[in-house]
Design a protein around this ligand. Sequence first.
Ligand code: KIV
Length: 263
Amino acid sequence: MKPISLADLCQYKKEKHKFATITAYDASFAQLFAEQGIQVILVGDSLGMTIQGESSTLPVTVEQIAYHTRCVRKGAPNTFIIADMPFMSYATPEQACTNAAILMQAGANMVKIEGGSWLCDTVKMLCERSVPVCGHLGLTPQAVNVLGGYKVQGRDEVTANQLIKDAIALENAGIQLLVLECVPTSLANQVTEELLLPVIGIGAGKGTDGQILVMHDALGITAKPPKFAKNFLAEAGNISDAIRLYIQEVEQEIYPSDAHSFS
Ligand code: KIV
């Protein structure tokens, strides 16, 4: 497989070619996902829940993300890997640089940070130092204690407008991808149209440029899956076919359906 670049993802957006991405935390799954055609893998701090059995992403450390990034890179040498920067690892721009370096040296192509306009200086500093940055808006799980739970965000006009402003500010600061989690489809569509960069949705409807799923949700492992999750393994029968079905349904805009989205 030819290594995928950010320019390719921008081209997908221009051509309205929807793309599927997924989380992975180890070499075996990363290899299998890459073999089925997944071009972008997120080493998410969701590993706090999926791998470590924690009740949130907050206990995850930079060293743990670096370890899993190294594993994923071994399994998927040509895949574009985004590594999550854990809670409090980017509290200041300087801290962000130090910790992003660890993740890039572990094999990431890009780091992801959660939050709005307050991160603009951090984004600029990382970009100037050759670290590509992915933003994350909407439901930002590291802020669960402020948000009061894992709830849909941007349902009213004020919070929706704020999210749009944050997305534009982050794009102007230099982010090159944006993950939009658990927002109404209409808001996700507006953000996707407004921004030049590719927007990857999770619980954000089918209008975003790409989709991402936590692998445990896509394979029916999660005990209480979120509304937007779909168990592709149940339909496909084996893991390889499940991942191919996921990619196909995203490309053909079958998944996510209205039943997997918020209005
Ligand atoms: O950590 C993660 O897996 C994520 C996805 C839910 C986008 O951030």
